[in-house]
Ligand binder design. Structure first.
Ligand SMILES: [Zn+2]
Length: 215
């Protein structure tokens, strides 16, 4: 876990619970993503917390909230690094719409509680019932999704420069694989670039192997 404070342009660790990658890698990744995000975000006091754990489900791998003058982003790095980079960028998208004042909570004319959203600064507001608007229909989610590509681009850039290390758990698992089976299952990163059918095939191969069956 660390905090990224743009006002001092420094990455500061507040807790080091997530040690799968070196802190320097996370710093470089966040820096690369922020460099691709719209400039209003660069003046914001950001704290990004990487939370090791079981991981959320579906799109629920990150959250953004504001505490005082600080924007806090929680990310569960439970999937591929490319996915995590995309999640960080998505949550930064939420920080951005907050900075731009695009969303606020309030009641509509009928007195029902919900969210007002404007697509751009000073644009007209539209009211949304929070509970009745499915996740993918929420305009602020669509807004945040537009920025996910910056996370992926930042990741791809670091990868092309050879700056994406293997995680400690992946290295360890590979070593165990090699000792037990004489070969190692591909990492999440290696699988991320393959078509789903191929991933399934590899998964089934390793599932059988680990059960002691002849794959
Ligand atoms: Zn979101």
């Amino acid at each position: 876990m660390y905090s990224y404070d743009r006002r001092t342009a420094k990455v500061r660790f507040i807790r080091r619970r997530f040690k799968d990658y070196e802190p320097e890698f996370w710093e470089a990744l966040v820096e690369e993503i922020l460099n691709r995000m719209p400039s209003p975000l660069r003046r914001v006091n950001l704290q990004i917390e990487l939370r090791a754990g079981a991981g959320g489900k579906g799109k629920d791998l990150g959250e953004h909230f504001v505490h005082g003058n600080k924007h806090i982003i929680h990310v569960v790095p439970g999937h591929s690094m490319k996915g995590t980079a995309s999640t960080i960028a998505h949550e930064l998208g939420h920080a951005l719409h907050h900075v731009l004042g695009l969303k606020r909570s309030g009641k509509n004319e009928a007195g029902e509680f919900g969210w007002f959203w404007r697509e751009q600064k000073n644009g007209p507001e539209v009211w949304y019932d929070y509970d009745k608007t499915p996740w993918n229909k929420r305009p602020w989610e669509q807004f945040a999704m537009r920025y996910e590509k910056h996370g992926i681009a930042a990741f791809e850039h670091l990868k092309s420069e050879g700056l994406v290390p293997e995680s400690r758990s992946e290295s360890h698992r590979k070593q165990v694989d090699l000792e037990m089976y004489g070969e190692a299952a591909p990492t999440m990163e290696e699988l991320a670039d393959l078509p789903p059918a191929k991933v399934r095939e590899i998964f089934e191969y390793w599932q059988a192997k680990r059960k002691g069956l002849d794959p």
